[in-house]
Design a protein. Structure first.
Length: 259
């Protein structure tokens, strides 16, 4: 049955901190030397340069929020005059990682998810912020996409369903157009996502499978990138069963939440 607690990630916080560093540096490396005007396929409206700036801005926003205790309305959103956008991102990365590393993940702090008001939320959120946008930049630059490790991808599926499909869509006031339940399977784990005209929810499934209208399964990286809208909805790397309408609704709702 629905239970957001069952969607919490299993990846360790030390690992999440490492992911933030590794993925952000990979993002910087991928953007360096690329044409910053190239459009990002997975995030319409953003270019490579704007994506790098966006991530650097997010780091500064989070740091300002954590230091002040109040959600900021202003922070440094652009590089200093003459500062390469990659260096703007790198300095923001170092500052926010140093701050997170100095605080226990269980320590209370403000976040934008009422269920997770602690530093652990930001460890996880910034790990996937860096990973997804690193994929964006590599796709836009036309270079080979670096693999997303299985543990990162599985955790990202969980975050996508709990934080974005369940919470973010509710904040946006977005609901399904029909009643449908879709099973998601990857890496030995399983979730059920439900959309209705009154709201959305998702929960981890254990034991006997619960009924669903459709199902999507595949390798962790593929399921992760599919849920985050970074590979096409009809990608051949995933196995699809049951109602295509139910699966299409899930993908479209997640796309609205995560773009």
């Amino acid at each position: 049955m629905p239970a957001s607690e069952s969607l919490t990630g299993s990846i360790g916080y030390g690992r999440l901190l490492q992911i933030i560093r590794t993925e952000a540096e990979l993002l910087i490396t991928s953007a360096t030397g690329a044409d910053h005007s190239f459009d990002v396929p997975g995030c319409p409206g953003l270019t490579i340069g704007e994506t790098v700036r966006h991530v650097g801005s997010v780091y500064r926003m989070v740091l300002t929020w954590l230091r002040s205790g109040e959600r900021p309305v202003s922070w440094q959103r652009e590089p200093d005059r003459g500062q390469p956008v990659e260096e703007y991102l790198r300095t923001g990365l170092r500052a926010v990682v140093d701050h997170l590393a100095a605080h226990d993940p269980a320590e209370q702090c403000p976040t934008w998810w009422p269920e997770r008001q602690n530093y652990g939320f930001w460890y996880r959120r910034l790990a996937h912020e860096a990973t997804v946008h690193r994929v964006d930049v590599q796709q836009a630059a036309g270079i080979d996409r670096s693999p997303v490790p299985d543990d990162v991808a599985i955790d990202g599926v969980s975050e996508g369903l709990s934080l974005w499909f369940t919470h973010r869509l509710a904040v946006l006031g977005v609901r399904g157009t029909r009643h449908a339940r879709v099973r998601i399977r990857t890496g030995g784990r399983e979730w059920l996502a439900r959309a209705t005209p009154t709201g959305t929810s998702a929960w981890a499934v254990g034991g006997d499978p619960e009924p669903a209208d459709g199902a999507v399964s595949g390798e962790p990286q593929d399921v992760y990138l599919w849920l985050w809208g970074r590979i096409p909805p009809q990608t051949q790397s995933l196995q699809r069963e049951g109602s295509e309408d139910a699966i299409a609704q899930l993908w479209a709702l997640l796309r609205l939440a995560t773009r």
